[in-house]
Write a protein that binds this ligand. Sequence first.
Ligand code: 48F
Length: 251
Amino acid sequence: MSLGIIDSYFQKLKDNLSVDCAIVGGGPSGLVAAYYLAKAGRKVSLFERRLAPGGGMWGGAMMFNQIIVQKEALPTLEVFNISYVPYEKSHYVVDSVQATSSLIYHATKAGVVIFNCVSVEDVVFQNEKVSGIVVNWAPVQREHLHVDPLIIMAKTVLESTGHDCEIANIVVRKNNVKLNTSTGEVIGERSLSVEEGERTTIENTKEIYPGLFVSGMAANSVSGSFRMGPIFGGMLLSGKKAAALIHNSLN
Ligand code: 48F
């Protein structure tokens, strides 16, 4: 039994030491991006610090496990076989547990390899380009153990880490570079504005530095836009857009 687990895990790790896209964070935008990239034939692995991928989608709003999705994102819900019920004009309610588990299920079935309990603590920075990620066990990071990390080489990296946009912050702080934002810096998240936040999540999904793309709430945090609360259409569409941008850049 142990040999089966160890051999197959190490095989999976070895197979993913070099990938087309390394996705940092398994929230909704990262999972959707991963799914579409894998469907397009790209080699994608996703690194999630927590035990369960899914990010902020499981908990609905204040742990009432329902979320809102707008009409524009219904085709994406259908791709993932997620049920929805009309709520008010152009808005639908969705069971957040079904939504989150469906994203994870379909992503892995499409060929995405998920490494959970793994934190991304830095990037590989070569020739003025983000060329990979630096990973360690999440408990090692949490306990501040002095243990060196491992490296995953990636043609592209997608930051989908949510509100804190950790990777963009690290890239700027450590390398003294300018990002593709209005100030060249990580501007930081603004307070809540639902419609504006949703719209700009998609707008701000882009390549922010050669080799480094950003999606979901991290996209708004990097570019200085609004949070939006428990409405998820923008996250799904941001993931889809990120996949298309990355797929094109890999061509
Ligand atoms: O925050 P999160 O759910 O990402 P998202 O796709 O979605 C945002 C919404 O959930 C919500 C919202 C909706 O209106 O505003 O907040 O932008 O998930 C981010 C995931 O990234 C993981 C983190 O544990 C979470 O599951 N994560 C963050 N930093 C790292 C990381 C890291 N350095 N390494 C690995 N995982």
